[in-house]
Write a protein that binds this ligand. Sequence first.
Ligand code: DGL
Length: 292
Amino acid sequence: MLKSDSNKTVGVDHQNELPIGVFDSGVGGLTVLRALQHHLPNERYLYLGDTARLPYGTKSADTIVRYSLQAASVLVRRGIKCLVIACNTASATALEALRERYPALPIIGVVQPGAQAGCEASATGRIAVVATEGTVRGGAYQYAIAAIRPDARIEAMACPLFVSLAEEGWTSGPIVEAIAHRYLDTVFSAPQPPDTLLLGCTHFPVIRQALQKVVGPEVTIVDSAQTTAVALSSLLTSMGWLSKQEGQSRGVAVRFMATDGRERFARVAAYFLERSIPADSVELIDIALAEG
Ligand code: DGL
């Protein structure tokens, strides 16, 4: 099916066997890819990390939309059956623009599934969301949570330094904890603190243990990876679009693409995937020519 870069889509016979397109501003979206692979092990994946332009989280909304359209364009040109926006900032800012550009392509973002996970985890309805500046600014999580749970009391906090820590592979220790205290203490030492911390950024699951130490064991920490995978699995099942191939017959399970730094991509990816990938398995692409 969708092997076109515009609204005009082309029918192909092997639609079910096309890969699932996944993009993020960098390697953080690999936390989502891992969950997708766990829930949908027979699928093939095309993962694009826009490493040359990371972070998206500090950019203006217009720029995030333009970058997201270009990233999606690369994946759609290669042939994908659906698109997962594994970047919270892009999901929060560009989901509508992407759906407008590709009306026939099933597109899932991580914000709605993340909000769902947060609401399900919280007993009190007091939910803290940590994310990038761009995600917090747009209010996407606040709206999504309030729509599911109107009684929720939401504290959304921009924590951009967590992205740098995760990219550096500094996932635990005194420096990570000191920065987390600085961001989180005011909210979590309030008289009625949140009982749930929602990780609204792809990079944050790798510093989860340090965050748990800082907010205390009574706070439930959730992210959107699992709920996004479940949502995609139900969508593909209901459409009859699941791959019918199993195991080796489906070919290479994941193809990685990055817009800069194959070695760095492979090195940092190891923290997120908890396995190593060879740098030469990462294809370097030029995204500047893609349609924005
Ligand atoms: N992928 C981004 C997100 O989930 C974090 C990194 C960035 O700012 O680009 O919001």
